[in-house]
Each structure stands twice: as C-alpha cells, then as structure tokens.
Ligand binder design. Structure first.
Ligand code: OGA
Ligand code: NI
Length: 365
C-alpha cells in the first residue's frame, strides 16, 4: 500500500512495562471517556443484572455436523440462529487437538514474558503491523488501549516471513505453523456451513474470499494487569474488519465482552473451545443478513490475560460486495463493492471505532 504510514506518531510505550513498573494510577492516555468505560458491576439482587451475568454466547458441538441427517440439520440451525442473534458463538469438538491449543497459548505466554530487549527486536511499524505492537491507528494523541500484541501473516504465502515471527521460545514458529494449518481447515469448514445456511452454494463464501488464495493473520493479544481497570479497556469496542475470526481465549481469565442490544455480555469460554465471530466482510457479502457484532475487552487488576485471534480474510485485492442471490427488489444491495485492502486502511489509520467503517460503506439512497 503506497499511502501507508512508515512510523508511529509518538514514541511507543509498552503497556506491560507500565504494568510491571508498579504504578497505582494509569497515565491519562489510557483513560476512556466515561461512556466507554466498563459498566460498574451492579448489585446481584437486581433481576436484570442476574440475567446479564448468566448470559453467554451459544456453545455449539461441531461433532453434530458429522452425525445423522437430523443431528446435522439441528447443528446447522443452531449455527444459523447464533449468526442471526449474536454474530458470535463458541465451538467445541471442532477437531483441533486440545494439546495444540494448550501449546499455542503456552508459547505466546512465554513470548510475552521474555526480556523486553528480546521482544523489542520485533517492534512493529504501521506499515504492515507485523511484529510486536502496542497501538492500533496512528492518530497523534489518541486514547490508547491497555494491551500489547504480536501480529503476523500466515497467508498468503508471499507474505509469510518466518523472520517476522518470534524465534523464541524455540517451538514458537513450529507451533504457529501447525496452529495456522489446522485453523485454515476449520475456517474452510465453517464458511461452508455459513454459505449453506445463507441458502447459497457451499463454496460461495470461500470462492468470494478468493478460493485458496485467502489471507490469514494471527494477532496475539496480551492484556497486562491494570491498577485501574474501571477506567480503561484492553481493547476498545470494534467489529472485526475481516471475514471471520477464530479466537482462542485465555483458559483462566475472562475479559471478552460482546454487545447484545444495549448490554455487554461477558463471554464464559468452554474448555478448549474457539470463539467464532462474523467479520465485516461477511456482513457485506451476506447483504447484512449476518452482522459483524461489536465487542471489547476489559482488564483486571490482579490477572493478566492472553488471547489468540486468527483472522480469516478475503484475498486483499478482490472486490467484496453483496451476493447477487441475496439482493432482491425488497432488499437492495446495502453496500458498495470494495477490496479488503481499501477497507482496512481506515482502521489502520484511525484505530478501532465501533462499527463506523462498515457503516460508511452503505450505498447512498
Ligand atoms: C480481536 C479481539 C478479543 C480478545 O483481537 O479482534 O476482539 O478477547 N480480541 O482478546
Ligand atoms: Ni475483535
């Protein structure tokens, strides 16, 4: 991309360094406006807060897809309902070995606990975002999120560069490779399910993404302990810009919240589950039958958190627009065509902004 910025507008501060420096108060740069702060915990005696506290995104057993006709139909319909109602669901019995999931979490946990000099060798720039980072967006003076991350390209192959993946801990590259291979397969299966549920040919979404020529990136999020978690967020509210995301959450610490109407629901992860969510590109392709849903991350004063977000995206230079089959006289095309390259420039320049990017694509009239 020719007009990508070369460098950050301000010196980068590692949130982990702030956290480990033993501050009692967080710098102003991380303090969110009052309306964006995590909602205070309400008293458990109020009925509505009990509802919210117990709510969770649906948990779906993918084994059902291999069952008899009835079981398969029931599983497809659970996924359909989750896509309509939540834009988010968890999957268990997804076929990815649970030992691999544990190893992936473990190597990244170890990476973030390497000495700072080692991690700094991978410091990223806004040009490609690959490497060790501490902010999204390049707006000078922006309010920042309480997290560091590591971002790498898994696909397409021409962008895959082991030199930009950590050499430490030693199994890291091998584990990421195997993890990526398994998740690409799983995403392919899920796109078929979504296509069938939309009434399209099972290959429709995969083909719209570019067939085998898709993009896949991993962002590992590290949320350090925070002395004032009520004033900030680990990740501001956003919808994922890409196609579909498979999130491997921390197995000990919750933090992800999903918007449901006017509430924020804290996801309670099932053991060895992935959290699946619809990204903006599927919202566009499905002509908003499926919506990418806003989510955010809250942090804790006494626990750090690690999550692995795997983004499965359309090939970056093909136009993405509503499926012709889903455009009717009663439901005209809601979005104009745009490549994913063009689309993500907005986020890369301005950082996460709720659903502003996908809204701005709306066709006039
Ligand atoms: C993301 C994301 C959630 C989490 O990386 O896009 O939403 O729990 N992460 O870290
Ligand atoms: Ni996200």
């Amino acid at each position: 991309m020719s007009n990508s910025p070369q460098d950050w507008p301000e010196p980068i501060v590692r949130v982990q360094s702030l956290s480990e420096g033993g501050l009692n108060i967080i710098p102003d740069r991380y303090i969110k406006p009052p309306t964006e702060r995590p909602s205070p915990k309400r008293s458990v005696s109020s009925a509505s807060s009990v509802d919210c506290a117990d709510a969770n995104i649906p948990i779906i057993d993918l084994q059902g897809l291999n069952g008899n006709q009835n079981t398969r139909a029931a599983t497809l319909s659970q996924i359909s309902e989750a896509c309509h109602e939540w834009g988010f669901f968890q999957i268990v019995n997804h076929g990815v070995n649970s030992h691999l999931l544990d190893r992936a979490r473990e190597v990244w946990h170890q990476f973030f606990h390497l000495p700072m000099e080692v991690k700094q060798q991978y410091a990223n720039s806004p040009k490609t975002y690959e490497g060790y980072g501490s902010r999204l967006g390049i707006q000078k003076g922006a309010i920042l999120d309480w997290s560091d991350y590591y971002y790498l390209h898994y696909l397409p192959l021409r962008l895959k560069d082991y030199n930009k993946w950590p050499a430490q801990p030693p199994p890291c590259r091998e584990v990421v490779d195997e993890y990526g291979r398994e998740l690409v397969k799983l995403c392919g299966r899920l796109l078929k399910v979504l296509s069938i549920n939309l009434g399209l040919q099972e290959d429709f979404l995969q083909n719209s993404f570019g067939g085998q020529d898709i993009g896949a990136d991993l962002r590992v999020n590290f949320y350090p302990k925070c002395p004032q978690p009520e004033l900030t967020l680990g990740l501001s509210s956003h919808s994922d810009p890409g196609g579909m995301t498979l999130l491997l959450p921390d197995d000990q610490v919750t933090g992800l919240q999903v918007r449901k109407g006017s509430s924020w629901i804290t996801v309670k992860p099932a053991p060895h589950a992935f959290i699946v969510n619809i990204g903006d590109q599927i919202q566009v392709l499905s002509n908003a039958i499926y919506k990418s849903v806003e989510h955010r991350v809250i942090v804790n004063s006494n626990k750090e958190r690690v999550s692995l977000a795997f983004f499965y995206n359309p090939k970056s230079d093909i136009p993405i627009e509503p499926a012709k089959e889903l455009v009717t006289a009663n439901r005209p095309a809601l979005y104009r065509a745009m490549t994913y390259d063009e689309y993500r420039l907005d986020i890369r320049l301005r950082g996460p902004r709720g659903k502003c990017t996908v809204e701005s694509l709306k066709s006039p009239g």
